[in-house]
Design a protein around this ligand. Structure first.
Ligand SMILES: Cc1ncc(COP(=O)(O)O)c(C=O)c1O
Length: 419
């Protein structure tokens, strides 16, 4: 059969991936946790201390969050039953959207099945319109930070813009953003600037306040103005005194803020918040919102409770202990002779190793010693900037961090990463 040739090509592609040592399909399977809450998972029957989870506040284990999930499932069933505009809009979805709008001080919010789906839907519809009849033409310039997340890059890519409608500014370099805005005056009707809030590989943050000031300055110089979109997936419920992310830390406010419920909030799903007019437009036109099921009622109930928790005293305590852990970790690692690939105040801490083979050897041996952490090599990071990405949580104790630093230092000395 001719299709055998296609299957052979696929086989070859998998072999290429394996040979390049960039395979991702051999996933570590978590069989359970030693307790709820706990950063200790069971993998292959063995206890493993997790240092690479996005559940920065341990909310996925929270009793109230789990009870809210259970109660919502009891009231509405296990799934939404349909997409939103058919019969899949449940009151719990509307309650969650209201709560998200309140949390971020915006007029309205829209939830998506994931932040990845959110980026595909929102970016496409804002820069390309819904269909060929749309009144939103593609006379838009999209300007993106060069280290934006894959979901933003692909979101822009699938919108199918011409090359000249896309521009990149140097990572975190707002002078370079100004240059792009200056050079393109008179060439486009409108501009959409898109950036990560917290950058997921390095833990750095975009200064939303300064970025917005630049957008405001250039706004009158384009016929339909300059909009800003910030994807703060890692910032919400993790960064800033009250967990409002990069907007809180930099005292800024973008046009449309994107977030996820699947990291700091400990649940699942993506969301956009902003003025009602933008949210109405997204509901009318974002394909990944319209033609895909929303999160399940249980997930919505859990997320609603997680947001309330972040805003409570116990939420403040969790954020405080996360920040203490971050500071303690940095101090201990520096004392041990490690350096960082970037300056990060966030729970993502990029420990610079600078060699792909040693990075892999280090994380493999850490795993053998019961510690799970992520190694990042080229092409995910620049050549020679290989790192282990450590993600701290409020669930870690100082003893957990001491153990990590001790094991990591022992191995790194032997591998001649540190002296
Ligand atoms: C910046 C950013 N945006 C979006 C996503 C996707 O989030 P989700 O898991 O909700 O699809 C991620 C997850 O890694 C991310 O880091």
């Amino acid at each position: 059969m001719a299709r055998q040739a296609f299957i052979d090509s696929i086989k070859k592609e998998i072999e290429r991936i394996d040979e390049a040592k960039i395979s991702k399909r051999h996933e570590k399977v978590i069989e359970g946790f030693t307790a709820h809450p706990s950063p200790r998972a069971i993998i292959d029957g063995k206890e493993v201390l997790i240092f690479n989870s996005n559940d920065y506040l341990g909310l996925r284990f929270n009793k109230k969050v789990k009870a809210a999930e259970h109660n919502a499932a009891k009231q509405y069933g296990a799934g939404p039953g349909a997409v939103r505009f058919i019969s899949g809009t449940l009151k719990i979805h509307k309650d969650l959207e209201k709560e998200l709008a309140r949390f971020h001080s915006r007029e309205d919010a829209v939830i998506f099945s994931s932040a990845f789906a959110l980026n595909f839907g929102v970016i496409h519809t804002l820069i390309k319109g819904q269909s060929k009849d749309s009144l939103i033409s593609d006379n838009t310039l999209v300007i993106s930070d060069e280290l934006n997340h894959r979901s933003i890059i692909d979101g822009i890519r699938v919108a199918g813009l011409n090359k000249e409608n896309k521009a990149i500014f140097k990572h975190l370099d707002l002078e370079d953003l100004k240059r792009v805005l200056e050079e393109n005056k008179g060439k486009f009707k409108r501009v959409v600037i898109i950036s990560d809030g917290i950058f997921s590989m390095l833990g750095e943050y975009q200064n939303v306040s300064n970025l917005q000031l630049i957008a405001d300055h250039y706004d009158p110089q384009y016929e339909e103005g300059v909009m800003t979109i910030i994807d703060d997936a890692h910032g919400v419920a993790a960064f800033g005194k009250s967990g409002r992310g990069c907007e809180e830390v930099t005292k800024g406010k973008c046009s449309i803020l994107l977030g996820t419920l699947g990291k700091g909030f400990g649940v699942d799903g993506g969301y956009a918040v902003g003025d009602k007019i933008f949210m109405d437009y997204i509901r009318e036109s974002a394909a990944t919102y319209i033609y895909s099921n929303p999160i399940s009622p249980g997930t919505a109930g859990a997320a609603l409770e997680a947001i309330r928790l972040v805003d409570s005293r116990s939420g403040s305590r969790l954020i405080n202990s996360l920040n203490k852990n971050i500071a303690y970790f940095k101090e201990k690692m520096i004392d041990s002779g490690f350096s960082f690939a970037a300056f990060s105040k966030h729970a993502i801490q990029p420990v610079l190793i600078g060699d792909a083979v040693k990075t892999k050897a280090l994380t493999d041996e850490l795993f053998q010693r019961g510690i799970l952490v992520t190694n990042l090599n080229y092409p995910v990071v620049q050549r020679g900037r290989d790192e282990i990405r450590v993600q701290l949580s409020s669930l870690h104790t100082l003893e957990d961090i001491d153990l990590f630093v001790k094991e990591c230092s022992e191995i790194a000395k032997r591998l001649e990463i540190i002296k």
